[in-house]
Design a protein around this ligand. Structure first.
Ligand code: URA
Length: 189
């Protein structure tokens, strides 16, 4: 396991998969490294690739709004992705790309030691919760793994495309707040 500086440097010059060829920036992660709550998306989009920060495009704006519903923001949690470089035309990251990248996320989780991990969307849930996870049926449910509570909700991009999913996501957010309360997680401003 690497410490933050070395991890970020290694990840920043990574050539483990083909996604390195088209990238402007490696999108390492953002937020509080001593947080108890992590959010994990699938991979950077265009804006993220240009800026080097996760969830800064339209989906990111919606994620900020979602977090604010439960008094969270990107300074209080840590946000990362399954793959750190943008897949071309925002396609789903391939298994080989996820396999090449996942150790960076594992290292981030090992350093942060969160109590809760929230998967944003199907790709993250399939990789982190269960390889047959069904986001439509199982969003908002909780699984404990190695002492970490894991859940998934719809990806903000899916919520931009289909507003009918938003009420379910509101309920899922309230469940996250409830779980934080149960676990005694509080945030100083
Ligand atoms: N979608 C993701 O999954 N991650 C980002 O960082 C941006 C959009």
């Amino acid at each position: 396991m690497l410490e933050w500086g070395e991890l970020e440097q290694t990840c920043g010059s990574c050539t483990r998969c083909g996604l390195c060829q088209g990238r402007h920036h490696v999108v390492f992660g953002v937020g509080r490294r001593d947080t108890e709550v992590m959010f994990v998306g699938e991979g950077p989009g265009e804006q993220e690739d240009l800026k080097g920060e996760p969830f800064v495009g339209p989906a990111g704006k919606l994620l900020d709004d979602m977090l604010s519903i439960i008094d969270l923001d990107r300074q209080k949690v840590y946000i990362a992705n399954i793959v750190k470089c943008r897949p071309p035309r925002n396609r789903d990251p391939l298994d080989v790309e996820q396999d090449a990248c996942i150790d960076y996320l594992r290292n981030q989780v090992a350093l942060i030691r969160p109590k809760i991990i929230v998967c944003l969307g199907r790709i993250a849930a399939l990789r982190l919760i269960r390889d047959d996870f069904r986001i439509t049926r199982e969003h908002g449910t909780w699984t404990q793994r190695n002492g970490v509570w894991m859940t998934a909700m719809y990806h903000p991009s899916a919520l931009l495309r289909d507003v009918s999913k938003r009420p379910d996501t509101f309920d899922d957010l309230l469940k996250i707040r409830q779980k934080m309360r149960e676990l005694g997680i509080e945030y100083q401003e």
